[in-house]
Structure formats: C-alpha cells, structure tokens
Design a protein around this ligand. Sequence first.
Ligand code: NTF
Length: 800
Amino acid sequence: MKLSKKQFKQDFEERLTSKFATDLTKAGYQEIYDALASVVKHYYANIWVSDNQYKDETGKKQAYYFSIEFLPGKMLKSNLLNLGMLKTVREGLEDFGIELDEVAKVEPDMAIGNGGLGRLASCFMDSLASTGLPGNGNGIRYRYGLFKQKIIDGYQVELPDSWLNNGNPWEVRRADKAVEVTFGGEVWLEDDGKGNLIPHYKDQERVLAVPYDTPMIGYENTTVNNMCLWRSEVPEELDPKFQNLEYMRQTSMLSAELYPDDSNYDGRLLRLKQEYFFVSAGLQRILHHYKGTQKKDIRRISDYIAVHINDTHPALCVPEFMRLLVDDYGVGWNRAWDTTVKVMSYTNHTILSEALEKWPEEMVKQLLPRIYQIIVEIDRRRTAELLPKIGASLVHNTRIIKDGQIHMANLSIIGSHSTNGVAKLHSDLLKDVELHDFYEIYPERFNNKTNGIADRRWIQIANERLSGIIDETIGKSWRHDLDELKLLKNFKDDEKTLEKLQKAKYDDKLRLAALIKEKNGIIVNPDAIFDVQVKRLHAYKRQLLNALHILKLYFDLKENPELDRVPRVFIFGAKAAPSYHYAKSIIKCINEIANMINNDQTVKDKLKVVFMENYNVSLAEMIIPAANVGEQISLASKEASGTSNMKFMLNGTLTIGTLDGANIEIFEAAGDGNNFVFGLTKDEVYEYYRNGNYNARDIFEQNPVVNRILNALIDGTIPNIKSEGREIFDSLTVYNDEYFVLRDFNDYVRAQADLEKLYRDPKAWAQASLMNIANVGRFSSDRTVKEYADDIWYIKAKKE
Ligand code: NTF
C-alpha cells in the first residue's frame, strides 16, 4: 500500500490526540504504540475486508490450520514490513523525534506457544498470506502465555505472562460469531422413525466460545488471512444447575493458561477440555460460514475446506467433524466419513514416546460422551472392514482404542488423508519404524514436508543490516523469493562483499554484547566466537554436551593459561517445563559453570558463558543475527526437524551439529566444509538400541577427560552447585546416559577444534558463512506452505 510520510504523520498525530487526548510532547511510549497500532490497523482494515469478500465471492477452497499453539512474537514491525510501510513509518516517527524500535519494545511478545511447534505455526501464517494462499489459523486465546523466566541464584523461576494487560490492538472480538461448546452430561440415541438415530442430551455443561480474529497480512500483496483464537466465557443464559461459582471459574479456566510443557503428554482433564473446546468452536464456525454465507452443499464441503491437525492436540477434529456432519447436518455416516478423511490432514512433530497423546477411555466418555460414541463407532467399523483384509495383528496394532486408552496419533492418521513428518529423516523414521504398521496399511498417506521459516521476520526484520548488504550485492529480488539468494555465490571470492558480511556480523555482535552487558552485567569480547545454543531445554537436545565441552575448554585453560585459543563466548537461552526437574537442574548447572568461569581471572576474556533469561521470539531476533556458531547437537533421530538451525543459516551462522532432523538437509544444501558435523548417525543409534550394548560407565572410567569433567560436577569444583551436579552425574554414569552424551563427546570436541581452526582464517570463515546464506532458499516456509497447498490441501494462491 502506498503511503506518504506526510499522510502518515498527519494520521498518527490525529490518532494520538483522538485516542488519548494528548499530544506528542506529553505522550508516553504505551500511548504512542497504541496510537501507531491503531493507525496501522486503519491502513489494513480495507484490504482485510476486500480479501474476505474476494474469498467469499470466488468461493475458493481455504485451509484451516488447527494448532493449540501459536508463537508470533511482536506484530508491529512485521505488519509494517508486510504492508510496505516500515521505512515510511520509521522516518515519519523520526521527524517527531521518536525511535520506532523504542516504540516496538512496548508491545509484549504474543507467546501463546512453547517452542518449535508454535513458532512453525506462526511462520506458516506469515508464509500463507505472503504467498497469497488462503490459509487461516485456529487456536486458543490464552489469557496467560508461556511463563516468563527469571533466573534467581542460578535457578529458573516462572512468572505469569500476563500479556493482555494493556490490551491487544491487533485482535478483533467477534461476539456475533460466538458458538457454544458442550461438555459432560448424558447422551442417548433414539430412532426418529425413519431409521435415523438421533442423539438426545441431558445435563450438559455449556461454554460460550468467542472468537478473536487477528489479521495475517501478506507481504506486499492483497492477501489478509485470519488467525482465529477462541476465548471461553459463561453463556448469558444458564441452566439453573450450572449457576454456581465453581462452574463459572472452570469455564473461564478453559482459555486461561497455555500448558507450558513441550514434547510431553500431560493427561489432565483441563487439557482435554481445551483440545475439544477450540476444535469444536473452530469447526462450527467454519461450517456456519460455508452453510450460511456461502450456501454451499455440505456434502461437497471437502471441495471448499481443508482442516489441518497440527500434532495430535487437535485430533478431536476427526470425531467432531463427523458429529457435526452426521448429527447437525444430517449427512449419512459413510458419506460423512469419506468427507472427513478428505478434509483432514495431520502433521507429526516428534517421535519422543513421552509426547504421544493417549487419553483414558473413561475420561473421554465422561467429558465428551457423544464424541466417545463416535470414536467407538469409527474404531468398530474400521476393525470390521480391515480384519478380513489385513489380519488381526496389523489391525490390533493400529487401533484407535487400545488397553483402555484412545490413541490420538492413530485417530489422526486413520481420520485423515495425509500424514507428514517435518524433515526427510523424521518422515523416513515415521514410515520405517515409528508408524510402520500404518505405513503398511496406508502407504499413500505418508509424505514429508521439511519445515521452513518466515524469512521476513528472521532476516528482514531481525537483521536489517545484513538485508541491506544483500540488497547492495544482488538486488532486492530475494525479498520475494529466497531462492534468489543463490546469486550471492557469485561473490564468494569478492573481498569487498566478504568484508561487508564480516562487518555486519561484527555490528550485530556489538548490539548483542551491549544487551548482555545490560541484562547479565557481563562484558564480552566482540572478537570472540559467539557460540549460541537457543531452544527449549530438553535432555535430548543435549545442552549438557555443550556444557561439558565448555568445562573441558576451561580446564585446558586453567592448566595452561597461555594456551593459544580463539576467545569464545558461549550463549544459552532456554526455558524448561516447570515440572521437568532434570532440565531445571541443567539450567542451574550451566549458570554455576558460567559464574565459575566468568569470575576466574586466569581465563580472562578467552572464555565467557552467558545464560540469557526468558528466551523468546524477540530475544531470538537479537541473538541469532549475532551468532558465529549455532549449536544443533541433539542425539540423531530425536529432533524431528529443528527450525532455529534454518534461522542461523539465514543469518550467516555456521552450524555445529549432528546428523539429525533438518540439519542433514542444511549440511547438504550448504555444501561440504561449510558446517561442522559430528556424532552418531541415526542408524548407529538404532543399532545400540537393538543390541542394548551402550555402556556409558565404561567411557567415564576409560576416558580421562570425561572422567575429570564429570567429577567436577560432584567434587566441589563448581562452587554453589548442589544436588544438581550429582543428579546429572548419576544420569550419565549410573542411569546409562539415555541420550549418548558421553558417546558423542570426543567427536564433538574434534568438531569444535575444526571450527576453531577455520575461524582463524577470517576469509575462509566468511566464505562458508556466505555459502550458508546463499543456499538457504529451500528453507523458506514459503516453499513449505506451497508444498502443503499443492500436495495436501489442494488450495490455490491468489493471483495479484
Ligand atoms: C517440535 N515438536 C520438534 O521438536 C522440532 O524438531 C520441530 O522443528 C518443531 O516441532 C516443528 O516441527 C514439538 O514442539 C512437539 F510439541 F511436538 F514436541
């Protein structure tokens, strides 16, 4: 949208006064932010309205991405960028003496997600709109997002994230579109005399679901999709039975809090309620829309909508869609089933067994009696149909209801036409191992969709300096098509370009160094290698391996302070699930290792360790551009894909990593020698599992370096470390090191040494960095969503 600076300044000043009865001389940042957001909203409102009209008029098929988490971060700059107004607005504000970046700080991160899964959903939202694809989100508007992390005495402490305190200027409450979701009570079926079984209900608990719509604005185009988030409220008219405070409290609890656990199944009733709540509300709204506004024939609904089940949390989409079609819209069971399978598709995001959702049958029966009946019926019909064809064992292994539990992954696969993993290795593992029985039955349903990232946020916004240099070097086409970055390869030997890249990295490091000084009070050397590991804290991600290597470097320097080492700054950012004891112990250890090293004068500035508290999207935007090295060191086979690996690559960071998840594709794309690979392969890991012959204790006893480091955890070397040291020590030496940390240690040390060697050659390093940027194109989520659109959802992009 074309906007002149003059127009903007006028609009902004007027809005500030009309909204807050103040003027530029007196307004605070909160007021400036709100007025600015309100002006921006005014600019996109019409585009939003006309795109909705266009969608209704053309009746084109749309996709709905159901996800219990989204992790957008801040919206202001992203909206400005996508509207093509970032520069104008920045300059306009400057004329008033206002820094856009200072204003942007006022906006709280929208953190209604935990980590990779939620962030991917938000990258997809950006990419869908930016590629002109009609794809919308559906989720929960949690009153409290992911907790804020404080580090106190080295320990993680969780504080509530009350992100809505100052309102949310981007959302629109649509009270008119509220629907009811019901729980509990009794249900029975009665014949209507025409052979149809009609459900009758008694004593149901009713909850009002109110949608809040947030526009997902496409990059310099005319597409605005919708992210619909549901809030639970008490309906105005209540049955007397539910007119009590306890019921009211429970109802508002439904959308109160995000579950702070990543990759872990927590079988609590409230979570199941949340799952059904946003699934039922979302599907009802979609069907109302198509039946009402669009007057579509419900029996052909699969021509008009695709519903995506993002991990198994929305798996109840399958029985709920059946319920709506059969009970509410009078579609026959078989037709409804075919339609459901055509409409639904499912992505698996992890193979960790502790993440596999299984709900006790009894719980589902109590909470969702009609849904339970439908699941039982789906399972019964499928078993009857398949038994004669494929035999008892395959049928049994793949049943939805087994051992008194409802298996949500099984429900998702059976009730949809597509199941995908999120990187090649992961998708292969699903087919060959984890979901192999399903693959035998439904081979055509399995496919891979390697993850991607929204490059607009992760370079255009996060790294304006680097973006500018790329523009100067190859022009601006890459901003619309990330593959164009391959033009950079022509500059691999161009000293000037390499120097500019190095300078940009250095400046980003200075910016981060200033932040570290402000937040942690630690002074870091910008000439040091900035070596970063940022992600959720989880044993399989092996932050511990990184920490053990740091101890090794430290002991080397203690022994010989004159050692010729390239200085290093190790930077961590990680939240642990509040109930994940071991992960929290690792945070404590890292912090105490940091205290010990940072306060030791013998190592001077050769080694520093920084744990940055409250890692979130905004912090990631500061840290990632400044990284020389990114750590992607999960045990092979455990990280389904990873996406920070792609963000680092985009920012010219070299990866040290295992052959896991999307790392493999990154190494291949960037070309040999441009990253550092180490560790067991997936096959070697599985070989150990088969033979059961891993013995961590042997390594501890036989490898003197490992021995020394592990003993430091328990012998008082690290001041202020308490039982955590023993806990970690035992996890490795007594409980046999579940994630093969010790097995990979030596090779990791080797790869770290290779890295240091390359860093000593600035030109070679800059070239490797350039090759990473130049080859990152395929990791744009624009590519990923196009693949979903073509292969799974069958939706088409709008032509501009
Ligand atoms: C995560 N899974 C995986 O652990 C990451 O490797 C992957 O990049 C992202 O999903 C996105 O696909 C989860 O967050 C969860 F919840 F499934 F465990």
